[in-house]
Design a protein around this ligand. Sequence first.
Ligand code: ADP
Length: 449
Amino acid sequence: MKKTASVKTRITIWYTSLMFVLTAVVLTAVGTLAYRLSIDNAEKGVTLQVTRICEKIGKHHQDIFKSVDNGKEFKNVSIYDAGGNYIAGQYVYDVAAIKFKEGAPRRETADGKEYIIYDVFRPFMPGKREGFWVRGAESLNSAMVFGRLATGVMIVFIPLILLLATLGGYFITKKAFLPVNSIIATAKHITAEGDMSERILIDPAAKHDELYDLSVTLNQMLAKTESLILREKQFTSDASHELRTPISVILAQGEYLLDIAENDKEKELAENIVQKAKQLSKLVSRLLLLARMDQNRQKLFKEKVNIGAAIDIAAENLRDAANKKHIMIFTDVPEEIVAEADEALLLSAITNLVSNAVKYGKEYGKVIVSAYKSGSKTEIAVEDDGIGISSENTDKIWERFYRADEARNDEFASCGLGLATVKGIAEMHGGSVEVKSTLGVGTRFVLRI
Ligand code: ADP
């Protein structure tokens, strides 16, 4: 499955990008506005100053120097004669070089700097060509200081704010998503260990939000499921227990009938009853054992078990069945292999494996049972050259009541609980059981304890 970024990362990336776009839009808008305002202000300032100076000078230009206070009044304004020579006011070298032109305030560039220039021509006599120029000039560079300052501040602060927002947002979402991690961990643990008593950890101080509700609801669901499973296990256990006595009675009476049978027909009927009663008894014993193992009620009576002897007993138990199919059972166990185990359970597991090897072995084939030490563990291998198991079925054979259809064998009373029992016994001993098989070639089970 393709792994995508976590929800936390995606949320963080989403709103950081959004904030970035918004900030860029705001920054551009503020910058443009500041620029426009600076120009407007400069134009207004220059127009006002020039108009005021013109009014002060009045119609009587001769008194220009007297009527206008050279210092303060001439801020950004200077006066030139009709030929463009400086007469009075604030002298700005670059501005003096700009050509005079009547009209509205305009933008001019001189020596790389931008200015707002406003020129007004005042004739000495109305309608005459002789007169003087009043020029207002405001450097846009200084007018735009505010705009630049604002932009500079934003360039420094905005990445800082973005960084804080990203980190802050990430940690808040991470914290908010903590219950999800707990839910995932619990689900994984239950799947791996099958331990239905596991619950999602809920921080009592956590905010009662949707994720909190989800955790609480899932815990309630887990509790309900666990109680249903426990009830089902208890039912299997009780039912198997209750069935044992009647089955024993049927078996005993079937055997009695077999003894007193007077003709072939009666004998056949009695034999059938005995055989089915034995199958039922075996099924019920396995169900009971599995139920006990599920409820952790099956006790382990560990002792030193001679593995060679246990394998010999299992082989002997299956000798008749093997002979019927002309299968040879070989054992290969180095002397004195001893393992700490519950003898009865271990014997039952080995018998199950050998029984399967015979059941699914081919006629005139062979079954090899071997044992060896592997580190601190003892490995018991049961190998046959029978029908084998297809690779898609090797995982399913451990499930309860699973039987591969083509492998059904009524003569041997398959019930699909054998391997589930072997696995349970191996796990009770802190071990495992594995299978390697090739369809049509043979199968090898290894029980490790
Ligand atoms: P069953 O009572 O059906 O033998 P098991 O749990 O012992 O139940 O085995 C489950 C299934 O695994 C069997 O039905 C069979 O299909 C398959 N199986 C087990 N052992 C072997 C084997 N040695 N060779 C081929 N198939 C096997």
